[in-house]
Design a protein around this ligand. Sequence first.
Ligand SMILES: NC(=O)c1ccc[n+]([C@@H]2O[C@H](COP(=O)([O-])OP(=O)(O)OC[C@H]3O[C@@H](n4cnc5c(N)ncnc54)[C@H](OP(=O)(O)O)[C@@H]3O)[C@@H](O)[C@H]2O)c1
Length: 284
Amino acid sequence: MNQPANTFPFIGRRVNRIGYGAMQLAGPGVFGPPKDRQAALDVLRAAVEAGVDHIDTSDFYGPHVTNQLIREALHPYRDGLTIVTKVGAVRGDDGAWLAAQEPAELEKGVHDNLKNLGLDVLDVVNLRVMGDVHTPKEGSIARQVEALAGLQQKGLLRHVGLSNVTAAQVAEARHITDIVCVQNLYNIAHREDDALVHELADEGIAYVPFFPLGGFTPIQSSSLSAIAASLGATPMQVALAWLLHRSPNILLIPGTSSLAHLRENMQAGELALSDDVLAALDAI
Ligand SMILES: NC(=O)c1ccc[n+]([C@@H]2O[C@H](COP(=O)([O-])OP(=O)(O)OC[C@H]3O[C@@H](n4cnc5c(N)ncnc54)[C@H](OP(=O)(O)O)[C@@H]3O)[C@@H](O)[C@H]2O)c1
């Protein structure tokens, strides 16, 4: 049996590899307030109580909604809680996701995050490159990364990460400033980043898959369900455990608005997968 490490060194701390993604706490379409505000606050508090010390968010979720919920539930933040946010988009009045990649727009995004999270400095800010919705597209991102590096020098953020990027864009950004994490679409059914995950592992950079459970269309696979049943686990737990086994630099940020799902997801860290099971999962 293979039992992956529970923690990974990230921005000078050891973070638990199972974190929490706050996007699902906003209203339908990640727009507007949640249906049940108290339930959203309860999930955030329960996550931290259960050992989550890495929360992923953005001020464009809601917009402002998830950051304000995080602040209400958890501020003043406990020592060692790492909040990672992202800039690079804003929301239209109709909920549309609009690119906001100009230096002044990135700076405004940083200030909006500071205000709504109630912080003087942000731990990590990911530049969310717009690309093709959830797929990266080649092209220079130097101007945007330089803008974030400037805000880093001003002391508004400690570390820079990237989201929705190619390997070439990661390399370009690393010439400008240290990159501590990359957040791209990756899960057991979407493995286009296999090579990038391992390249980043060699460099000690965290890879943080978004949609680890399939996002808006949760992963469904008869093989995954059969393997999960044979292990006495749920398919979602096995999908998360597979990611934990995949590479030690993978940090998980599954999103949920449900306390039961939160508990289920946290238990994925206890699942040890044999080589045979891993081979069967790799074949999905
Ligand atoms: N950088 C980017 O472009 C980007 C894009 C998307 C997301 N993200 C980040 O990545 C995080 C994770 O992505 P995500 O939340 O969209 O997708 P996800 O984690 O792949 O899946 C979340 C969905 O799965 C359901 N779910 C969660 N746990 C479950 C369980 N144990 N059993 C059954 N269903 C379960 C949730 O519904 P319930 O609420 O009912 O549990 C929700 O509908 C986000 O929260 C966000 O922080 C980043």
